[in-house]
Design a binder for this molecule. Structure first.
Ligand code: NAD
Ligand code: TYD
Length: 361
């Protein structure tokens, strides 16, 4: 075994940020396995395209034979599993892909990894880690005055997305409990930052604002999410991988709860300064309240005490500093946005928002 890790889903939003940071910090070789769904994009990895420490493999986490080959060839000391279908609205329109990748795919990945891990020497078995990246959405929805999610919160997923992630978390837990596989699970709050696909709230609002399109707010806009800058999430994952206790779960969050309407107004204020509208009006004039999401969770909030106390991790960015950096990144990378919003993206947007009474295609 050497310093190699296998990352799955490393061409997506968080995975790409993780791989870029890992390679740029010289932490070792990364074998990056990604199916390149609509959410996966090799352009996210251009900076390390020719770096010999990055080895990209186009494939599916559900392909156990391919995984067995990769494990035997590269002999990683860790797997970091980001690969997933990740968008709640898409899971409402078509849950099947979520079951295939998040549940069945994770199962096949675990089976391949278990076979590999069993074949290792005792010393290498001890060193090995399987880190599963998950979400706070598995805990369900909080009321206004409820305490934030701790690692002991009951699982109560409400969308096909969160239910499929919850199932994958349970499989990971079972592989540790039953077979002794050295697993770690992280449940993180909503991320934002560079390379975020513009179907999710923050990049969608920036993109629509600049494209003179409506800024769609589901329902009243009073639903609350707990926002974390993506690089802080990646740093937390590195810390858990390095020092987390095997079999344990770590909640990751930025103590940054915001109602959606406030997030959108903040984005409009920053854009008004950085890239004022030609007519001198505010981007906030483009806000449009549209039909709500089915089964929309009211509030998520992470209690990140455990990772702070046990592993000494805390976020570097405040919401204010992170959101400012994010808007700047999008303004500087309009070519990236243009590329990812061509093709299939347009069909998705037309379908999702036409049903909500808003024409955006
Ligand atoms: P994303 O949708 O941007 O990226 C997912 C990546 O996985 C894509 O590159 C895609 O091509 C790849 N992929 C999908 N199915 C695959 C398969 N069967 N085999 C191999 N690769 C496959 O998602 P993201 O926002 O980067 O999220 C990454 C992980 O973090 C997910 O597991 C998600 O549940 C979790 N998470 C996300 C957030 C968030 O706010 N985005 C918060 C907490 C946890
Ligand atoms: P999203 O970015 O899809 O993440 P998640 O559903 O995983 O939290 O949505 C964040 C919040 O923003 C969520 O409460 C739904 C809301 N939302 C809108 O109001 N309008 C939109 O167009 C989108 C995509 C999301």
């Amino acid at each position: 075994m050497n310093k190699t890790i296998i990352v799955t889903g490393g061409a997506g939003f968080i995975g790409a940020n993780f791989v870029l940071a890992w390679v740029k910090q010289g932490l070792g070789k990364v074998v990056n396995l990604d199916k390149l769904t609509y959410a996966g994009n090799l352009e996210n990895l251009l900076e390390i395209e020719h770096n010999p420490q990055h080895f990209f493999v186009h494939g599916d986490i559900g392909d156990q034979a391919l995984l067995a080959e990769l494990l035997a060839e590269h002999k990683p000391y860790a797997i970091v599993n980001f690969a997933a279908e990740s968008h709640v609205d898409r899971s409402i329109h078509g849950p099947e892909d979520f079951i295939q990748t998040n549940v069945v795919g994770t199962f096949h990945l675990l089976e391949a990894v278990r076979a590999y891990w069993t074949s290792l020497s005792e010393a290498h078995r001890k060193q090995f880690r399987f880190l599963h990246v998950s979400t706070d959405e598995v805990y369900g929805s909080l009321g206004k005055n409820d305490a934030a999610f701790t690692e002991n919160h009951t699982y109560a997923p409400n969308s096909p997305y969160s239910a499929s992630k919850a199932a994958s978390d349970h499989l990971v837990r079972a592989y540790h409990h039953t077979y002794g596989l050295p697993t770690l699970t992280t449940n993180c709050s909503n991320n934002y930052g560079p390379h975020h696909f513009p179907e999710k709230l923050i990049p969608l609002v920036i993109h629509n604002a600049l494209s003179e399109l409506p800024l769609p707010i589901y329902g009243t806009g009073h639903q609350i999410r707990d926002w974390l800058y993506v690089e802080d999430h990646c740093a937390a994952i590195r810390r858990v991988l390095e020092a987390g206790n095997v079999g344990e779960v770590y909640n990751i969050g930025g103590w940054n709860e915001k109602p959606n309407i406030e997030v959108v107004k903040t984005l409009c204020r920053i854009l008004d300064i950085k890239k004022p509208r030609a007519d001198g009006k505010s981007y906030a004039d483009q806000i449009a309240f549209v039909e709500d999401r089915l089964g929309h969770d009211q509030r998520y909030a992470i209690d990140a005490t455990k990772i702070a106390k046990e592993l000494g991790w805390k976020p570097k960015e405040t919401f204010e500093s992170g959101i400012e950096k994010t808007v700047s990144w999008y303004l500087e990378h309009q070519d990236w946005v243009a590329n990812v919003t061509s093709g299939d993206y347009r069909h998705w947007v037309a379908k999702n928002y036409a049903e909500r009474g808003e024409e955006m295609a």
